[in-house]
Each structure stands twice: as C-alpha cells, then as structure tokens.
Design a protein around this ligand. Structure first.
Ligand SMILES: [Zn+2]
Length: 134
C-alpha cells in the first residue's frame, strides 16, 4: 500500500472539493523508480474516483437515485476526444513533484481514459480544466 487517501483535496482554493485520480505505473522522471504515478483531474463526475488508464468515467447520470450527482459533473458525457489538464501527485520515493506542481494531460476518448502524459504545453485552459478536441 502506498497512498490510500480517501479524498484527495486540492489546496489552491479551487472550486472543487474533491478530484478524481488516474493512476498508472510509470518511471519517475527524476529517480527512475517505477511507481504508481497518480494524476488528479476534474472531469466526468467529480467525486474522488480512482481510475486506471482504459477505465470508463462515471457521470452523474449513472446515479439516477442521487439527484445531487449531476451537479458534480464537469464536461459533457460522450464527447469524442477531450484533453483534461491535471496535476501529478509526485513520486512517493524521491519526492519529485510533491512540492511543485507537475502538469499532466489526461486524454479521454468516448468517456474512456486513453492516455496520461506530461503536459505538452499545447493546450491552454482558462476557467475549465479541459479542452474538447472533437
Ligand atoms: Zn522519484
């Protein structure tokens, strides 16, 4: 067990009280240790869900018995291709990225997470943290 936080919270005064996380084993850019690399992002139903690459995102409409669930939706269900800007939690071995914010892109295609990668700098967001490509 490495990190088992129940609700990862953003501490930058963001409007979100909780964020989703996608986790993928990958080498730390600094120490090279292969670690569960965790990237926080706000897209889909935002409620501290833990995802892996390939998983399908939850939306509020998946929870018809919970009317409040819709209010936690960010983005549009069924969009073909979206880049969501997220932040890595950093390396649990050497601490790289724990203090400074590492920007990451979470690619979502047809509501599935298809790719997580360091920010290419190609996508800029203003208020929303995602860019719809098509
Ligand atoms: Zn490291």
């Amino acid at each position: 067990m490495i990190l088992a936080e129940s609700i990862p919270a953003r501490d930058e005064g963001s409007r979100m009280s909780a964020v989703n996380v996608v986790e993928e084993k990958r080498p730390c850019p600094q120490c090279g240790s292969v670690v569960p690399w965790r990237v926080q992002f706000s897209y889909g139903n935002v409620w501290a869900y833990e995802y892996r690459v390939g998983d399908r995102l939850n939306w509020g409409c998946d929870f018809p018995d919970k009317p409040y669930a819709h209010r936690l939706d960010v983005g549009r269900p069924g969009t073909q291709q979206v880049v969501v800007l997220g932040t890595a939690e950093g390396c649990p071995i050497c601490g790289y990225g724990v203090e400074e914010l590492l920007d990451y892109e979470v690619w979502v295609e047809d509501d599935r997470i298809t790719k997580v990668q360091p920010s290419t700098g190609r996508y800029h967001v203003t208020e929303d943290e995602y860019v719809i490509l098509r």
